[in-house]
Design a protein around this ligand. Sequence first.
Ligand code: ADP
Length: 401
Amino acid sequence: MIILVLNSGSSSLKYKLFNMPDEELLSSGLIENIGDAHKKSVFTYKNLPHEKIKGETDCKDHRHAVELVFDALTETTSGFLKNLKEISAIGHRVVHGKDIFTGPAVVSEDSLAEMKKLTELAPLHMPVNIACIEECIKILPGVLQVAHFDTSYYTGMPEFSSLYPVPYDWHKKYSVRRYGFHGISYQYVNETASLLLKKPLSELKLISTHLGNGASITAFSQGRVLDTSMGFTPLEGLMMGTRAGYFDPAVIPYLISKTGFSLEDIIKKLNNESGLTAISGIGRDMRSIIDASREGNTRAQLAFDMFVHTLRKYIGAYFFSLGGADAIIFTGGIGENSPEVREAVFENLAPLGLAIDEKANRSIKREKTGFINTETGKTKILVIPANEELMIARETYKTAS
Ligand code: ADP
């Protein structure tokens, strides 16, 4: 059964085409800079086993991006499919399901209407997620579509970690609480860890970190999430590429009075101009930050140190809350590819049973999976490449069969 998975971000669209249940990846691609007036969109796609194809294109919005994906899949020279009708089902990543969508949902008029009501909770992402679904309905009417929510994995998180200590009616009346994000990614890495550790998830205590441009961390035990760092929105928690992470909200009225910025300006700055970008002064890319630190750039070094310090604080808190951990997992662009960050995170932690094997750590990058702890380390340390699309394909296949 051929399943298409679409993973739409605020200015990008990734796709993967799978043959299920064999989990064979047939084709994959990415369109970036969608709707950017200043930059050309870049479309990279692979029709396996053909060569990688990369080119600039004009892509005005996400609906257009979906059309480009379908064109690429069927193009006579390089396309993989002869006819779009070969696609049996489409799985979509949707960022917010509130407490309404506690698992994958078949797309229907009713479920789509419910999703539209959630736009105010994720105004950058929900409209593009929904536009992609609607475009697919237009191009392939009648084909099964399943929405997979980043927040569903947190269903069952206890109240003591999902509520904020704020006036209780904010929670009751306005649904203000911790929702958590990156859930599909955590489901995938935790299930993979369970296979590698040869233990059922219900018997494992796991601390998983997803460190990409957005970054978060999740503690998991007794088969459910105990706590996670992102909150009502993805702004809370770790220091990220351009997001501040945890931050004292009392600074906001102070800054408004001092600068004349509007509330909206400040929230934008906390989301798009903070984190690694703000501190390093040279952008958000961890590779450049590490290179610049080596060359003596003190702000780049500070950005690296702050990133690692924040991560260590959260790992420490979750390690304590869980009463130790069977494994700590790294995923996302930084987690998968940066031995420097991983090494710094575990510096001086051998007395707690947390120690990195230097050689294993250096050898694991670029889509490799493996253990990087020392043999004597009590807690396993694992690197597992993120694969949200495969998780979505598995769940879509379950719904379709
Ligand atoms: P997104 O959250 O946008 O999906 P990714 O998970 O792809 O992002 O992560 C992107 C980030 O991964 C880049 O900004 C870069 O900082 C980091 N990264 C990629 N490769 C390396 C590397 N070799 N060393 C350090 N960081 C890396």
